[in-house]
Design a protein around this ligand. Structure first.
Ligand code: ADP
Length: 210
C-alpha cells in the first residue's frame, strides 16, 4: 500500500510563499521539484534535475551493451566522473540488453554507477527489456547492500523509447520491487526537464492510487 506524503510542487513566483521547496545557492533561488511516496516504509521519490548531482549510493547510467560512455546520461557521467568509470567498464567488456553491471563512481557524489542497458526503439521486445534493465539494476543494488539508487528515464533519449511507456514500466517495476523483500530504503527517479518530470509525476499518482 502506498501513501503519498508530499505532493508535486507548483512552479512560478506566485507560489513562492506556500508549498514549494527551494534551494538557495549564493544569491540565486532555485526551485526543486520533488514528489515522494512511501511503499512499505521505503521511499520512492521523483526529482527534476541532473542525475550526476544525486547523492544516492548509486546512480544508474542509461548504458549501451558495449558499455561505452558516449552522449546523454553516459556522457555527463564520463565528464563529471572522470576516466576511471570507462576504464572499469572496459574491463567488464559489455552486457546484454536488459542487463546491468556495476562500477565505482569516480569523482561523482554517488559511490557507484550501475550501468543498465535499455532497449533501442525498433529492436523488438522493448517493454520487457526495459523492465529487465530496471529490475536487474535494483537487484544489483541489493546484492551490493546499497540503500539508495537514482534512475534516469532509461532509453528515452538517444534510444528513442516513448517517455510515457517508460514511466509506466519503470515506476510499476520499482513499486513492485519495493513491496517485496529488499534492503533498499530509497529509489529516486531523476528526470531531465520539467515535462518529463510532470509526466512521471502523473504516472506515479496513477500507480499509487491503484
Ligand atoms: P538512452 O540511450 O538510453 O536513450 P540517454 O542518455 O540518451 O539514454 O537518455 C535517457 C534519458 O535521460 C533522456 O530522457 C534524457 O533526456 C535524460 N538525460 C540526459 N542527460 C541527463 C542527466 N544529466 N540527468 C538526468 N537525465 C538525463
Amino acid at each position: 500500500m502506498c501513501t503519498r506524503i508530499l505532493l508535486s510542487i507548483p512552479r512560478g513566483k506566485d507560489n513562492l510563499s506556500t508549498n514549494f521547496a527551494e534551494l538557495v545557492t549564493g544569491f540565486e533561488i532555485k526551485e526543486v521539484e520533488t514528489m515522494k511516496v512511501t511503499v512499505e516504509n521505503r521511499v520512492l521519490e521523483l526529482v527534476e534535475g541532473d542525475i550526476t548531482e544525486m547523492e544516492t549510493d548509486a546512480i544508474v547510467n542509461a548504458a549501451n551493451a558495449q558499455l561505452i560512455l558516449g552522449g546523454g546520461v553516459a556522457g555527463a557521467i564520463r565528464r563529471k566522473g572522470g576516466p576511471k568509470i570507462q576504464a572499469e567498464c572496459n574491463k567488464i567488456g559489455g552486457t546484454f540488453v536488459g542487463g546491468a553491471v556495476i562500477t565505482t563512481a569516480g569523482n561523482l557524489k554517488a559511490r557507484y554507477v550501475i550501468h543498465a542497458v535499455g532497449p533501442r526503439m525498433g529492436e523488438g521486445n522493448e517493454d520487457e527489456k526495459l523492465r529487465n534493465a530496471t529490475l536487474n539494476s535494483l537487484k544489483l543494488a541489493d546484492e551490493n547492500k546499497l540503500k539508495s539508487i537514482s534512475f534516469p528515464a532509461i532509453s528515452t533519449g538517444i534510444f528513442g523509447f516513448p517517455i510515457q511507456r517508460c514511466a509506466e514500466i519503470m515506476l510499476s517495476t520499482a513499486i513492485a520491487y519495493l513491496r517485496g523483500s529488499t534492503g533498499l530504503e530509497k529509489v529516486v527517479f531523476c528526470l531531465f526537464g520539467h515535462s518529463d518530470y510532470l509526466l512521471f509525476a502523473g504516472q506515479l499518482e496513477q500507480e499509487t492510487s491503484k
